[in-house]
Design a protein around this ligand. Structure first.
Ligand code: FES
Length: 305
């Protein structure tokens, strides 16, 4: 056993030869922030090595990649990736009362902890011409209609193992694959078709009440994302973060450009295989993304006779 002299806590923490600094501090119930769960994919567990850097294990490739990306000086090490063969003097730079409380909360609620990388299908939807619809109607009617719409869509999403991650005005962000990763894409595609079918049912009501129809636009992408709880103490919710989410949102917006209603990425087409019927492809720039991206329009389902 060696010793970590830990500042600003002013604690001595024993550390075994194969143990990382993070494992040693957490074992002593020190609220050491570790947002990615010790996977070397964030920088929140970083420590500054004040004495003994030469005894620390060299940076492994994942720590080196992160250090290069955010320009960490050599003496700043990821606690979850670093072991030592001698005593060290280290300082945790991320330490304020809020960090301490949030980290304690995470340690006390392991079910709500940190983030996990998953492969998910992310679906964004919105309603065509919603703004003009909302402008023309009293606000109470808009809320009434949106509640009916979200209720119907919520049923569809649940029936296909999806999770509504966000309501954005008239839009929805839905994540598939959290509990059934093997069917993430097929569930999302089936849900997209079902959303379009169900909105035609709702349209009978909208026609009668307001002489209007809703048309849903959908964008779908498949890829890795980090899923974790965000929020403050007492109001946390499951969130999905990452490029897959951003791309899915941009694909949904591309429907406006191409005059389509259901666009998916190449990753979706590849994951779905021949069962998915697409009728045309586009090479499209996506706002905020480099290069051109291949998108496909999903063939609308033939309504049952
Ligand atoms: S906890 Fe994320 S890199 Fe150490």
């Amino acid at each position: 056993m060696h010793n970590l002299e830990l500042l600003p806590d002013n604690r001595d923490v024993p550390i075994g030869p194969e143990e990382t600094i993070l494992t040693a501090t957490l074992r002593q119930h020190i609220p050491h922030v570790h947002a990615c769960g010790g996977k070397g994919q964030c920088s929140t567990c970083r420590v500054q090595v004040l004495a003994g850097l030469e005894y620390c294990s060299p940076r492994n490739p994942c720590e080196q990649a992160l250090a290069d990306r955010i320009h960490l000086p050599p003496a700043v090490r990821l606690a979850c990736q670093t072991t030592t063969t001698h005593n060290l003097r280290i300082r945790r730079p991320i330490l304020d009362n809020l960090d301490i409380e949030l980290t304690r909360h995470e340690l006390e609620h392991p079910d709500q902890q940190l983030g996990t990388e998953k492969r998910v299908a992310v679906l964004f939807s919105d309603i065509e011409d919603y703004t003009s619809f909302a402008d023309e109607l009293p606000a109470y009617d808009v809320i009434h209609v949106l509640n009916r719409y979200f209720d119907v869509m919520g049923e569809v999403v649940r029936a296909h193992h999806g999770y509504i991650s966000d309501f954005i005005g008239d839009g929805l962000m839905v994540v598939f694959g959290l509990e059934h990763p093997e069917t993430a894409v097929t569930d999302a595609l089936a849900a997209g078709h079902a959303m379009m079918r169900q909105v035609t049912t709702l349209n009978a009501y909208l026609q009668q009440m307001y002489n209007r129809d809703f048309h849903v636009r959908i964008g779908l992408h498949y890829g890795p994302a980090v899923v974790g709880h965000i929020g403050g103490r007492g109001f946390r919710k499951l969130a999905t973060i990452g490029d897959t989410v951003n791309v899915a949102a941009r694909i949904e917006s591309a429907n406006k450009v191409f005059g389509t209603y259901f666009l998916v990425s190449e990753a979706v087409v590849e994951a779905a295989g021949p069962a998915l019927s697409v009728r045309q492809g586009f090479l499209a720039p996506l706002k905020g993304k480099k290069g051109l991206h291949r998108l496909f329009e999903v063939t609308p389902e033939v309504p049952p006779l």
